[in-house]
Design a protein around this ligand. Structure first.
Ligand code: ARE
Ligand code: CA
Length: 495
């Protein structure tokens, strides 16, 4: 299923490592009112609780399932139910990150789990599901180490262990049944779809059977006959045995080229003028199949793909520019990253602190975000989705939805501008000099509030204003002294 089952919203946000109770409140207080379509949540199922000396309670323990009980550092089953209900009630959908390729990596017997279940990784025993050795792929993997050794061989990418994680056999009816039951529990509570972790490591045929077996979404919140939205994590930068095209028959696929290419362009490795045909024209998936983002929870910390070209909150000016481009440009279904802060510790080109988990108290309980008077977050949470330049562009994308890109303009280098039908106009200046141009905005005559430098409050604008004449033209200025390199106006920002 390729459609997100949301109302008018055209962007979702990954509230990475947030607690369920905080997400419920965020839906009501911020995401619903601001027109966000939904939230990608961290994996809701029970995981290994890892106390590895210096690396205690890493974020990545949540990618090591112990059972499908809904019990994690984000909250228990009741908190989960309450979150899904409260978010659905204000029109914000919940998409669960599902880890169904594997269970845990090896840990000594007696290692704990977030819900108190026992497991023995060495004998592949997970009694709380239950899974045992028969349910794993060991017999189907033929590498010396039992791990994936060569991404050029599709067979081992799917049947061997990803970084030592016990690899489930989705070809087995029993395993399919357990996964189906888990997904039906989530759907039963009102979850609108799934981010499918490590999809490259599962056979598309098996995944198709599993997703086809899941129930329709409940009619309490969804149209009768609605199917869960599926977006599959497949990293495909080219050059491997497995390509993202193999998965488009099941649902959308993460397009990792997108953030890498935009990172390169905004970092000055490529001229912005080439972005006029960004998307399919650059060898990316058809827009109907792609899920796009600037960074994700992996590549913002050097895991996954994209390397040092990926932009994150740490390059805030460029990050806001790239995000504005993404939300203004009609390609793919868009996802925003919402992060927590950690101190980096670079040693030989690698961040030794890439494991650090979310803000927590002395007992490693996750802390809630606090909110400053300007709406930004505290307590260690970055909350990119609460940056004005970002949430304002979520509204832009909703307002412009259904139109195409037109009236592209560039200065032959790194200043660009374009319209979205007669609904929105954006200009971006990534030169070392001021942008001062009279451009076609495609909007009706009148005065508009630039939603990047400020916002429309009541009838007036707290930022720059733009005056569009009867021919749709306006004088556009973005100086290098300004905080942001973007100007955006749209039908709803008319004064
Ligand atoms: C951790 C430790 C390991 C240890 C393992 C088992 O770091 O040292 O061996 O536990 O004990 C996350 C972390 C991992 C972590 C894992 C489990 O990133 O470090 O391992 O959780 O706790 C490939 C996959 C892709 C995957 C990326 C990270 O194809 O699916 O690797 N991304 C998802 C999630 C991750 C998560 C997992 C999968 C596992 O988003 O957060 O891992 O559930 C090329 C290839 C890509 C490949 C990439 C990196 O680009 O094209 O396919 O991505 O290299 O290898
Ligand atoms: Ca596998």
């Amino acid at each position: 299923q390729w459609e997100p089952n949301s109302g008018n919203g055209q962007a979702i946000v990954h509230l990475f490592e947030w607690k369920w109770s905080d997400i419920a409140a965020e839906c009501e207080n911020f995401l619903g009112p601001r027109g966000f379509a939904g939230v990608q949540i961290s994996p809701p199922n029970e995981n290994a609780a890892l106390y590895l000396g210096e690396q205690t309670r890493p974020w990545w323990e949540r990618y090591q399932p112990v059972s499908y009980r809904l019990f994690t550092r984000s909250g228990d089953e009741n908190a989960f139910k309450d979150m899904v209900n409260r978010c659905n009630s204000v029109g914000v959908r919940i998409y669960a990150d599902i880890v169904i390729n594997h269970m845990t990596g090896w840990h000594p017997a007696g290692t704990g789990a977030t819900g108190g279940s026992s497991f023995d990784a060495g004998s592949e025993s997970y009694p709380a599901v239950p899974y045992s050795g028969f349910d794993f792929n060991d017999a189907n993997c033929h590498t010396g180490s039992g791990n994936i050794e060569n991404y050029g061989d599709a067979e081992q990418v799917r049947n061997c262990k990803l970084v030592g994680l016990n690899d489930l056999n989705q070809g087995s009816d029993y395993v399919r049944g357990k996964i189906k039951d888990y997904l039906n529990t989530l759907v039963g509570y009102g979850v609108a779809g799934f981010r499918v972790d490590a999809s490259k490591h599962m056979w598309p045929g098996d995944m198709k059977v599993i997703f086809d077996s899941v129930n329709n979404l409940p009619t309490k919140y969804f149209k009768a006959g609605s199917r869960p939205f599926v977006f599959q994590e497949v990293i495909d930068l080219g050059g491997e045995a497995i390509g993202s095209m193999e998965y488009v028959g099941i649902g959308r696929v993460t397009e990792f080229k997108y953030g890498k290419f935009l990172g390169e362009a905004f970092r000055g490795k490529n001229q912005l003028k080439w972005l006029s045909n960004f998307g399919e024209g650059w060898g990316m998936l058809d827009r109907a199949y792609s899920l796009v983002f600037i960074d994700n929870h992996d590549n913002q910390r050097g895991h996954g793909a994209g390397g040092d070209m990926i932009l994150t909150f740490r390059q805030s000016k460029l990050y806001k520019m790239a995000t504005a481009f993404m939300l203004a440009f009609p390609y793919g279904y868009t996802r925003l990253m919402s992060s927590y802060y950690w101190d980096q510790n670079w040693v030989n080109g690698q961040d030794k602190n890439d494991w650090i988990g979310p803000p927590h108290d002395d007992n490693y309980n996750t802390l809630s975000p606090t909110f400053n008077t300007d709406g930004s977050c505290g307590n260690g949470w970055i909350c990119e989705h609460r940056w004005r330049q970002i949430y304002s562009m979520v509204e832009f994308r909703n307002v412009a939805h259904g139109t195409d890109m037109n009236d592209w303009w560039d200065n032959g280098n790194n200043q660009i501008a374009f319209c979205r039908g007669d609904r929105g106009f954006i200009a971006i200046n990534n030169e070392g000099y001021d942008m001062k141009e009279t451009l076609q905005t495609c909007l009706s005559a009148g005065k508009y509030c630039d939603v990047i430098s400020g916002s429309k409050e009541g009838g007036s604008c707290t930022g720059k204003t733009v005056t569009v004449d009867g021919a749709g033209k306006a004088y556009i200025e973005i100086t290098t002294m300004e905080e942001d390199g973007v100007l955006a106006i749209h039908a709803n920002s008319k004064l």
